[in-house]
Design a protein around this ligand. Sequence first.
Ligand SMILES: [Zn+2]
Length: 238
Amino acid sequence: MSSVWDYFKIINEQKTKVLCKMCEEKLKRATIKRANNTTNLWQHLEKNHLDIYLKLKKVNNQPKLVVEENNKIVRLTSSSLSKDAVDKIIANMIVKDIQPLSVVNDIGFKQLIQAGFPSYSLPGRKYFTNYLSKMHEQKVQELIKILSQVDYFSITADLWSSIKTESYITFTCHFIHNGELYSVVLETREFPVNHTAMNIRIIMEHVFEKWGILNKVEAIVTDNASNITNAVDQLLIN
Ligand SMILES: [Zn+2]
């Protein structure tokens, strides 16, 4: 059975400092008198590693109360999730399932949330628009930090058109960090100007610079269109 201690380790002799194995943040732990206190470890998980928090809570969350209602057994569990945690679950759902933000106004969704989290008051679409944009900015900063610790990148780049024939260019970067291979979409942006080699090179430079990897790109994989291969030649040779 997993426990909260699978994700933290004690780092000083007094056992007052703890390292989160996932994000390497150092946390203070309650004093020795209350040596078993894991409250702030739980808080750290809930705030920063919600998936793990929920996994552990599921293991630890035995039904609190079993009642019989019309010959049916109803198990009641006390949901102790904070408003922040439920906000985050909903935002994650919108991202992972690529849902429109208007899902939070849908009647069925509202009922589901009310049933699952009776004490939570569901905010509207504007709130989540704002929430997701902050979440995006935070993820960008996290990624920039990781990229800064890596020396070599390869890139996949492609120009493509939407069903409405609008042009886009997408960059994915591939790298090894702490022995693991990552492939991350850096960005997809609209590309309405002429698709000349020069314009492609300018946008490539701009994107790589923004992510702090311009001088660390070792290879760029594209299709065989001459504009993009010329752009890559220009960029990598310079
Ligand atoms: Zn952490």
